[in-house]
Design a binder for this molecule. Structure first.
Ligand code: 13P
Ligand code: SF4
Length: 303
């Protein structure tokens, strides 16, 4: 079936079923084009929390749909592809956090939004890559455990030197594999380019950055910059919006490895099928939802 036919079906179904499509900046271009909202993890959470529609199609990965359910418990939240997950979110388990809390009852825990609802339920506050520094600065404690991304954790530690950040050993399998040799090579090809890097990259890659931020912050930086050439150190999906919004500027990916297989699982057909069948609904027990809500709510209040 051709794309136009599926797109028309999606538009009609969306209206008929009173649904909204929220898509992450890493989704394939065809999905970004039909989505009602395209954004970073923070934007998707904010939009889910205020959505008026009965159904939210979360085109992204599992933790994003779960966050939407926590923030909009009365809505039907559908993840178009059931096994679209985030490997980093599985690098911290709730039992490990419970053990840490038992041994360190006075150390607050901040979790990256890339975590399960069970983990969020054990944390004091959540953050995304766009607000992590601000959130950590606001916590009235000199010592904080940050889970699970060690690279974002090291970025925060540099920005907030007055606090001791205890790091976890998790990482994003996509951003963590970018190598310094790749940065050097592309710098030689485009010496005039601005390097815009996601904080999930390793510190030696971050050191090369002209700007470090979330996916949407990277897009905003490029939109308002006077420069015309950029090297993008995050998943390749953001290049679509960058090129669309800046047709006269040039964008190059920092590494061919910057493709998240999980973010690329969802197709237009999956979105259409989610609207037709209303399958893969996210469900959470009330107890877990309420516990996890506190951490997300505190984040949104500070964002
Ligand atoms: P942001 O869009 O919040 O920068 O997150 C990046 C990411 O890896 C999401 O999984
Ligand atoms: Fe998870 Fe990394 Fe993919 Fe984001 S890019 S969903 S952090 S694996």
């Amino acid at each position: 079936m051709n794309n136009n036919k599926i797109i028309n079906e999606i538009k009609k179904l969306k209206e008929k079923k009173n649904a909204i499509i929220l898509a992450h900046n890493y989704q394939i271009p065809e999905i970004q084009q039909i989505a009602d909202i395209v954004g970073d993890s923070l934007k998707l959470s904010q939009e889910a929390a205020k959505a008026k529609e009965e159904i939210i199609i979360l085109s992204g990965v599992h933790f994003m749909a779960e966050s939407a359910k926590i923030l909009a418990p009365d809505k039907k939240i559908l993840l178009p592809v059931k096994d679209a997950g985030c490997p980093m979110a599985e690098m911290v388990e709730v039992e490990q956090l419970k053990a840490f809390k038992k041994n360190n009852p006075n150390i607050p825990i901040v979790c990256y939004v890339n975590t399960s609802a069970e983990v969020k339920a054990e944390c004091d506050i959540c953050c995304t890559s766009s607000n992590a520094v601000n959130i950590i600065k606001n916590i009235p404690s000199d010592k904080i455990l940050f889970v699970p991304d060690q690279n974002l954790g090291q970025y925060i530690a540099k920005q907030v030197p007055e606090k001791q950040i205890i790091l976890w050993e998790g990482y994003c399998i996509v951003h963590h594999r970018v190598k310094a040799t790749e940065t050097k090579m592309i710098r030689e090809c485009y010496p005039e380019a601005k390097f815009l890097i996601h904080p999930e990259c390793q510190p030696e890659i971050q050191d090369e950055a002209d700007f470090i931020g979330s996916t949407s912050q990277i897009i905003n930086y490029a939109n308002s910059s006077q420069a015309d050439t950029f090297v993008i150190g995050t998943e390749i999906g953001v290049l679509h919006m960058l090129q669309e919004q800046n047709p006269d500027k040039r964008f190059f990916s920092l590494s061919p490895g910057l493709i998240c297989a999980n973010m690329k699982k969802t197709t237009l057909e999956d979105i259409r099928n989610a609207l037709v069948n209303e399958e893969n609904e996210i469900t959470l027990s009330k107890e877990l939802r309420v516990k996890a809500h506190d951490a997300l709510k505190r984040m949104l209040e500070l964002s």
